[in-house]
Design a protein. Structure first.
Length: 341
C-alpha cells in the first residue's frame, strides 16, 4: 500500500510538473506567431494574395498596447456624459443631417423598421455624424492585440474577420483604418459586427461604412433590427419614482441585453409601475399602453430614474453601458423635436 501511495504521489508530481511546464511554455516571437496566423488564414480559405498583402510588414504597435493598458478607470456620471454629448451643437447638427438626408433616412427606416432619429443619434455619438475619422492601421492594431495575452482570443477573431472582409472584396487593405481597438467606420463596428450586420444599401457590391452614408445608416439600422427593435415603440423615458420604492429594489439582477454585464430591474407592465407610484416628469401618469418596462438607475439609487422598453436592450447590444444607451435615447429625442416643429 505504501508503494502504491508513493507511486500515486510520484505520478501526481509528474502531472503537476508537466502542467507547470505547459503553462510556462515560452511564447513565440511575434514573427513566428504571425507566420502561424498566415498559415491559419490560408486554412480558412483566405486567398494567398490577400494574406500576403494584408500581413506584409506587420509589426507590433506599442502605442496600441499602451492605450489598452492605460484606459481610464474614472467612472463618468450620467449628467457629465449627457452634458458632453447632448450639446446644442450636436442636436443642431443632427437636425440638419436629418433634413439633408431625409429621403435616404426615410428609405432606410422603412426597410429596417428603425426610426431615423435613433440612427442619427448613434451616428452622432460614435463619430460626430462622420466628422471624426480613425487613422490607426487596422491590421497592425488587431495583430498587436491578438498577440498580446490579455484578450488574445477576442482580437484573433477580429483579425480573421478583417481578413475575411478583404477576401470578400468589401474593403481593400489600403483603406483599412480604425480605432486603436479595432472599431471601424462611421458606425464604429468591430470586424465581426461588420460581417454580421453591415449593409450594402446602394447595391454597389461594397459595404462601405467609411464613406457611404446609405451603407452607414442601413448598417446601424440593421444592427438594431437584428436585436429585435420595434418602430412602434420608443426607447424609454426619465421618470419620477418614490424614494421608498427605489430603496426597496435592492441590486438590479436582470441583464440589460443578452451577453451584457449591465443590469436593470425586472420588467413590469406600465400599469404596475403606475400602481407603485412611478410617474412621468411633472407627476403626469405613465402611458396607458400595455407595455413591459424595466427600471434603470444609471448612477445608482441616488441618481435619475428611467423606465425603458425593449428597444433599450437593442441599444445596449450596440454598446453595453447605461450611460451610452440613455444618451442615445436622449439625443434621439432632441433630434426628433426638430422634425416635429
Amino acid at each position: 500500500m505504501q508503494r502504491f501511495a508513493a507511486a500515486l504521489v510520484f505520478i501526481s508530481v509528474l502531472t503537476m510538473s508537466s502542467a507547470v511546464q505547459a503553462q510556462t511554455k515560452p511564447k513565440p516571437d511575434f514573427g513566428s506567431w504571425l507566420q502561424s496566423i498566415r498559415e491559419e488564414a490560408l486554412q480558412r480559405s483566405i486567398r494567398p494574395e490577400v494574406v500576403a498583402e494584408a500581413l506584409a510588414d506587420v509589426k507590433p504597435n506599442r502605442r496600441v498596447i499602451k492605450r489598452d493598458r492605460s484606459q481610464s478607470e474614472f467612472k463618468l456620471t450620467l449628467s457629465t456624459y449627457l452634458n458632453r454629448v447632448v450639446t446644442p451643437r450636436n442636436i443642431s447638427v443632427g437636425q440638419k443631417k436629418a433634413a439633408k438626408h431625409k429621403a435616404l433616412l426615410d428609405a432606410v427606416s422603412k426597410k429596417y423598421g428603425v426610426q431615423s432619429r435613433f440612427i442619427l443619434a448613434i451616428w452622432g455619438i460614435e463619430t460626430r455624424y462622420g466628422a471624426i475619422t480613425a487613422d490607426v492601421p487596422l491590421i497592425s492594431s488587431l495583430a498587436t492585440l491578438a498577440y498580446d495575452a490579455r484578450r488574445s482570443t477576442f482580437f484573433k477573431k477580429q483579425l480573421f474577420a478583417t481578413l475575411t472582409m478583404v477576401n470578400k472584396g468589401y474593403i481593400d487593405v489600403k483603406s483599412l483604418f480604425g480605432s486603436w481597438a479595432g472599431a471601424m467606420g462611421q458606425p464604429q463596428f468591430m470586424p465581426t459586427s461588420y460581417l454580421a450586420f453591415a449593409q450594402d444599401f446602394d447595391g454597389d457590391g461594397r459595404r462601405d461604412i467609411w464613406k457611404n452614408e446609405g451603407d452607414v445608416f442601413a448598417s446601424i439600422a440593421n444592427y438594431l433590427a437584428k436585436h429585435r427593435w420595434r418602430d412602434d415603440q420608443t426607447w424609454g423615458r426619465k421618470v419620477e419614482a418614490p424614494k421608498t420604492l427605489v430603496a426597496s429594489l435592492g441590486k438590479p439582477a436582470r441583464r440589460a441585453a443578452p451577453g451584457c454585464r449591465a443590469r436593470t430591474y425586472p420588467e413590469k407592465s406600465l400599469s404596475q409601475w403606475q400602481a407603485l407610484g412611478v410617474r412621468r416628469l411633472g407627476g403626469r401618469d405613465l402611458p396607458v399602453r400595455d407595455l413591459k418596462a424595466a427600471l434603470v438607475l444609471p448612477d445608482g439609487p441616488k441618481g435619475d430614474v428611467y423606465l425603458v422598453y425593449r428597444n433599450y436592450a437593442a441599444i445596449m447590444a450596440y454598446n453595453c453601458a447605461h450611460l451610452y444607451a440613455v444618451t442615445v435615447g436622449t439625443l434621439a429625442d432632441r433630434i426628433g423635436e426638430g422634425a416635429r416643429q
